[in-house]
Design a protein around this ligand. Structure first.
Ligand SMILES: C[S@@+](CC[C@H](N)C(=O)[O-])C[C@H]1O[C@@H](n2cnc3c(N)ncnc32)[C@H](O)[C@@H]1O
Length: 280
């Protein structure tokens, strides 16, 4: 079994999820939502036979078409003709080394690895991804944009990126049609994130600790990190009810809470992420 091939790691060897986009107006909508222009490098994840790749190449400076299926890459290459701003990579996207210069993403992605792809592209806010337009499974799109947020990884993405479910996409937009509804999701890097990128890991540790039981009251969830007087002050300053479930805090409150920890709590009390059981 090839060790680094995500088709095997995510148990999809017999189902690569090849639902090709066939609706031209949806393709146009995605390119427009990404505001692609000649200055842009755009990554097409799971390029397939180029449904998005070629329209993107018409607007972008460079398109990096990532595809791990050799037969699709062969078809894509044979369709290239004079388009010389397409850079095809036959590689597992999860192994691909992302550019150091700014880039965007437009992709009808393989549903089976949606979360690992999001974590790869949004998980390190020091990466230069500026914006993205994805087609994802609708269930995933709803999880990524849900309020309240109970998943610390998704909360961390949202501290640095605005994620929006734009609309539902029905199965008849693809060939063959998938068995589930899909959605168009946009991701834009926040202009003024509350936290600098290098705090990502420590922020996720605090969020994982506090959200271990997402519906416990605020005072309880952070009781091992802050002292009772600090909690009382935070509740007042951040306008949080003492009994409010920790998962109902909004991003601004999470940011303030984290900054307060950095300023007022000695580092030996900063939480290390606890292991979560079976929650995505
Ligand atoms: C839903 S299809 C989309 C194809 C094309 N973009 C379209 O919209 O018609 C997803 C594509 O991702 C490719 N794929 C699946 N897993 C991949 C991986 N780990 N790395 C790169 N490509 C992958 C599949 O071979 C397939 O062509």
């Amino acid at each position: 079994m090839p060790k680094n091939d995500s088709r095997f790691r995510y148990g999809t060897a017999n189902f690569p999820g090849r639902h090709l986009l066939i609706n031209k107006s949806l393709i146009k909508e995605m390119v427009e939502l990404a505001k692609v222009s000649r200055g842009d490098t755009v990554i097409d994840i799971g390029a397939g036979t180029g449904a998005l790749t070629f329209p993107l190449a018409g607007q972008a400076g460079t398109v990096i078409a990532i595809e791990n299926d050799p037969a699709s890459v062969q078809k894509l290459t044979s369709k290239m003709k004079e388009k010389n701003n397409i850079n095809i990579k036959l590689v597992d996207v999860l192994q691909y080394k992302l550019p150091k210069s700014p880039f965007c993403v437009v992709a009808n992605m393989p549903f089976s690895i949606t979360t690992p792809i999001f974590e790869k592209f949004l998980g390190d806010p020091s990466l230069r991804m500026q914006r993205a337009v994805f087609i994802t499974e609708k269930g995933a799109a709803k999880r990524f944009t849900a309020v309240p947020v109970i998943n610390p990884m998704i909360l961390a993405w949202r501290m640095w990126y605005d994620i929006r479910l734009v609309r539902t996409v029905l199965p008849n937009n693809f060939s063959p049609p998938p068995g589930v509804a899909s959605a168009v999701v946009t991701v834009f890097k926040k202009n003024n994130p509350m936290l600098p990128p290098h705090h990502r890991r420590q922020f996720t540790d605090l969020a994982s600790h506090a959200l271990h039981y997402p519906y416990v009251p605020f005072v309880e969830a952070i009781g091992e990190v802050f002292t009772p007087p600090q909690i009382a002050k935070l509740a007042k300053e951040l306008k949080i009810e003492r009994n409010q479930a920790i998962c109902t805090l909004h991003e601004q409150q999470w940011g303030q809470l984290f900054l307060a920890m950095l300023r007022h709590v000695p580092s030996y009390r900063w939480p290390k992420a606890r292991k979560r059981k079976g929650r995505r």
